[in-house]
Design a protein around this ligand. Structure first.
Ligand code: SF4
Length: 334
């Protein structure tokens, strides 16, 4: 009888930008003491937000919930210039945990807006990252959520159109949207480098690989985590009969695995490994004890802490050296 097996995707879980953002909040708490306010969820994961809340982080939706003069961290998804201006007006002390790869997209948006391009931002309307990027040049940017919406795009000069994208989309869907855009606007310019970040691409590549062999794929990640939701979609398209997204092991139902021999398992870029371990433990109880790690890429990228925070930590003797690579260069995309 064939044994029941788990194919564990690698890479999975925390990306460099999330690792840095969570570290920023933890270091800010250690340096300044609680409470430290955080605008929006630092990363889109319930467990992480709960853990940081327990340590003294206060998550707010907007800056008007932060007392004047208090300290506030901007999340990994980035903020628009209006948010920065408001923080300054209110005398808030800010710590910016925006992922350097998101900052890179902001800079591209600014550069193309300055050159008076119409910018088509492929992304999900209402997502914090998209709001932040759009805020850099609201008069130049239109958001396109899916290939079907391309028909609604209006431009002033068909020869001055460029596309940019949210960092956590599905590669295939973005490709289709861009192809349709190019059909409408043959002179469409491309961003200097693809905006879908390396971590998103790597996790999608890995889940594709396991979906070819697994009947059921489980994705650990929160419902508001764009990259986790995309992983589930990629698994479904990639060959799995069914895919489920869960926040934690207790959300799984034993019936999902009736008659199943091979389960694929991965986690979104904002998911700590402890949650994956709990899923593995639960699957083992249901007979899936054999675990094969399927590695499609090895990630070595890390992002240094934001410079002002790093300086203060050093002055306070709380870090000697930050060994992580100084890859805050937003041009770096692996
Ligand atoms: S998924 Fe990519 S863009 Fe988003 S935080 Fe991680 S590294 Fe940065």
């Amino acid at each position: 009888m064939a044994t029941k097996k788990v194919l564990l995707a690698s890479p999975r879980g925390y990306c460099a930008g999330v690792d840095r953002a969570v570290d920023v909040v933890e270091k800010a708490l250690a340096l300044y003491g609680a409470p430290v306010y955080v605008r929006k969820e630092i990363v889109h994961n319930k467990f992480v937000v709960e853990q940081l809340s327990a340590k003294g982080a206060r998550f707010v939706t907007e800056l008007d919930e932060v007392p004047t003069g208090a300290r506030v961290v901007f999340s990994a998804h980035g903020v628009s210039p209006l948010v920065r201006e408001e923080a300054e007006r209110r005398g808030l002390k800010t710590v910016d945990a925006t992922c350097p790869l998101v900052t890179k997209v902001h800079r591209e948006a600014l550069r193309f807006a300055k050159a008076d391009y119409d910018i088509v931002l492929v992304g999900h309307e209402g997502h914090e990252e998209v709001e932040g990027t759009q805020g850099e040049a609201p008069d130049h940017i239109q958001v396109v959520g899916d290939p079907e919406s391309v028909n609604q795009v209006q431009v002033r000069d068909r020869e001055k159109v460029v596309w940019l994208s949210q960092t956590t989309l599905s590669l295939d869907e973005t490709r289709e949207t861009v192809e349709r855009l190019r059909k409408r606007f043959p002179e469409l310019s491309d961003p200097p480098s693809e905006d879908i970040c390396f971590a998103t691409q790597n996790r999608q590549g890995a889940v594709k690989k396991i979906a070819e062999r697994a009947q059921v794929v489980v994705v650990v990640g929160s419902a508001n985590s764009s990259n986790s939701v995309r992983l589930k979609e990629v698994a479904e398209v990639g060959g799995a009969q069914r895919a489920y997204r869960i926040d934690k092991a207790s959300e799984m139902d034993a019936a999902w695995f009736d008659g199943v021999k091979t389960v694929g398992l991965t986690s979104g870029a904002s998911v700590p490994e402890v949650l994956v371990k709990e899923v593995l433990a639960q699957l083992a109880q249901w007979g899936f004890e054999d675990v094969e790690e399927v590695e499609t890429e090895r990630e070595t990228v890390t992002f240094a802490l934001p410079l002002p925070l790093r300086k203060e930590l050093k002055e306070a003797g709380m870090i000697k050296t930050d060994n992580r690579r100084r890859t805050n260069d937003p041009g770096h995309t692996c």
